[in-house]
Design a binder for this molecule. Structure first.
Ligand code: AKG
Length: 328
């Protein structure tokens, strides 16, 4: 797809920076009003989830929600609006030089005191190896709902690492589970945690990459957005501060890069709907009217029921493939 000039969103310099570094910060990309609406919708996601909903993943050994997946299809309607906004989808199309679809959508909660680590990895290790994308011609948008800094688990990036050949960095981390803790592996398989990723970057590969390219801390304010190429080495530490660190991550893939056949990961990790996003021509922002009337959100949050919803029957389907443990 050739993106019409009138909806192009980036300057040539920004595109060039993204191409070389694999990361790009867009400050003030969303207004305070938009972040308010999105934050409220995130609360609504937590209230709406049943305990056995596979799209809500808990931090290891707790009931604290770590990530909520696929809200753009299975959640608050504002998230569907969000992924079609030109300030995301048109940029994605511009960068990927094609129509785009949403490969993955997730809200990473990284709750104060509770949020766990994301080990060093490349998303494309999962997307190409497990989800069968032919190439890494895809892009992530990290939308910050909170201040994200060194205190609450800001992501770290190795700029320029997108150019490092993928194959050299694949590590079967199962063979080196920290402490070899059997219970940790068991929990991993249950799909509730992602602290032991299947493909991590080895210390040796990371050391070489950081020596060559250095590190960038992905600080930001509410409303800032980081673009990240899926082959960029990245990680984030645990959140030991009292401050939540909520980030929405929208991952677009080029339609021409859709997997030719279905991988083994469930639909909420690897979309099987390759319908191009119809970039909104009339909507450029999230509006106050996008707030859904979510009943008693505050009351539910205060009573703790948002994180401990009652189990209900759930008809969501996944693929017939073996359960995988990684939530990348
Ligand atoms: O939320 C984070 O800090 C990191 C998330 C991440 O690494 C990923 O989604 O690939």
């Amino acid at each position: 797809m050739v993106v019409p000039t009138k909806i192009k969103q980036l300057h040539a310099k920004q595109v060039a920076q993204y191409e070389s570094d694999g990361i790009l910060l867009l400050q003030h990309h969303f207004s305070a009003d938009e972040i308010h609406v999105l934050s409220r919708a995130v609360q609504g996601e937590l209230v709406g989830k049943s305990a056995d909903d596979e799209t809500a993943v808990r931090e290891s050994g707790t009931h604290v929600v770590r990530s909520v997946y696929a809200s753009h299809v299975a959640g608050q309607p504002v998230f569907k609006t969000l992924v079609a906004l030109p300030k995301l989808a048109a940029i994605a199309a511009e960068i990927l030089k094609d129509d785009v679809y949403v490969h993955q959508f997730k809200i990473n909660m990284k709750a104060g005191y509770e949020g766990g680590v994301w080990p060093w990895h490349q998303d494309s290790a999962y997307w190409c190896t497990e989800d069968l994308m032919p190439t890494d011609n895809a892009v992530n948008f990290f939308i910050y709902l909170d201040t994200v800094d060194e205190f609450n688990g800001a992501p770290m990036f190795v700029p320029g690492s997108r150019a490092i050949p993928l194959k050299t960095t694949l590590v079967e981390s199962k063979q080196r589970v920290p402490g070899g803790d059997a219970q940790e592996i068991e929990e991993d398989v249950s799909g509730f945690v992602a602290t032991n990723l299947k493909y991590e970057i080895s210390k040796a590969d990371l050391s070489v990459a950081v020596a060559q390219h250095g590190l960038v801390l992905g600080r930001g304010k509410p409303g800032d957005v980081w673009l990240m190429h899926p082959s960029t080495y990245h990680a984030s530490p645990a959140n030991m501060s009292p401050f939540d660190r909520r980030v929405i991550i929208v991952s677009y893939n080029a339609v021409s890069n859709a997997p030719p056949s279905q991988g083994c990961r469930p639909w909420y990790l690897s979309s099987t709907d390759f319908t191009p996003v119809r970039v909104s021509t009339e909507r450029t922002d999230i509006l106050p009217t996008d707030i859904e009337p979510v009943a008693d959100i505050e009351a539910d949050m205060q009573s703790g029921t948002a994180l401990l919803p009652p189990p209900v029957a759930n008809g969501t389907a996944s693929t017939g493939c073996a359960q995988t443990e990684e939530e990348r």
